[in-house]
Design a binder for this molecule. Structure first.
Ligand code: PEP
Length: 261
């Protein structure tokens, strides 16, 4: 049976930015902009606000084509985990959850094993993981980028069975928030190579339907060159997702580039 082509996606990771009021305003701007673009057929638009604004953003985009994602979550349903938020809590407020972001791995000590537990919990609760992998500059410069990506994929997705809804983001750590995006060729080399191979070895032909996002200093000026790559289905956007207009332009250019492939 032929495997479906992955859908395209542009997801905005707002990180620890926006107050509640700012989040609602930004979400409304993106919602109205997507509606004005006739829903951006073929490109899923996802907003990932801080936890505290999830409910309000979900309300703001309700009934529109815009989807909501959490930026993180714990793997347990409840318990003595001060300051944490559980899958049961975010379920119903979001369709997606970003897991394994390099800031979680580097600043908060998240290991492959912890990320793997979270990915499994997301599936258990019907929340679609946007599972992130990426190598550091040191790892790239020592020629280990492919090995690192393959290892993170195999460990983070170990034991996962049904992959429907899974999205994988390749975000080289050296490109995140630095203004130094990878070249489309460097991104495509990993995404069509080590990343695809690792997913294929885990999930067989079904892996071909997993959307792959590039993340790392994506903006309206460079997004077309990423979206023009067959192996890249969209982007995970940090800084450029904090204002509606540039983010909408990224989504529009992605739809345009994908339509002309
Ligand atoms: C991110 O946070 O996932 C990201 C890619 O950030 P930026 O676009 O700012 O590099």
């Amino acid at each position: 049976m032929p495997t479906a082509m992955p859908r395209s996606m542009v997801a905005g990771n707002w990180k620890m930015n926006t107050t509640l009021a700012e989040a609602v305003q930004l979400a409304a701007g993106v919602r109205d902009g997507v509606a004005a673009l006739n829903g951006l057929a073929g490109v899923d638009v996802v907003l990932c606000p801080p936890h505290i604004s999830l409910q309000a953003v979900a309300e703001a985009v309700k009934g529109s084509a815009v989807k909501v994602g959490a930026q993180n979550m714990h793997y347990e349903a409840s318990g003595a985990f001060t300051g944490e938020v559980s899958p049961a809590m975010v379920q119903g407020m979001c369709d997606y959850v970003i897991l394994g972001h390099s800031e979680r791995r580097q600043l908060f000590g998240e290991t492959d094993d912890l990320v793997n537990r979270k990915v499994k919990a997301a599936f258990e609760y019907g929340i679609k993981p946007i599972f992130c992998v990426g190598e550091t500059l040191e790892q790239r410069e020592s020629g280990r980028a492919s090995e690192i990506i393959g290892g993170q994929v195999r460990a983070g997705l170990d034991g996962v069975g049904d992959i429907s809804g899974l999205v994988v983001a390749y975000e080289p750590v050296w490109a995140i928030g630095t203004g130094q995006a990878a070249t489309p060729e460097v991104a495509a080399e990993i995404m069509g190579g080590a990343l695809r191979d690792a997913l294929g070895s885990l999930f067989g032909p079904a892996a071909a339907a997993i959307p792959l996002l590039y993340g790392g200093s994506v903006n309206a000026g460079n997004v077309e060159s990423f979206a023009a790559q067959d192996s890249i289905h969209g982007s995970l956007v940090g800084g450029a997702s904090l204002q509606a207009e540039p983010f909408l332009e990224i989504a529009r250019l992605t739809a345009q580039a994908k339509a002309s492939l």
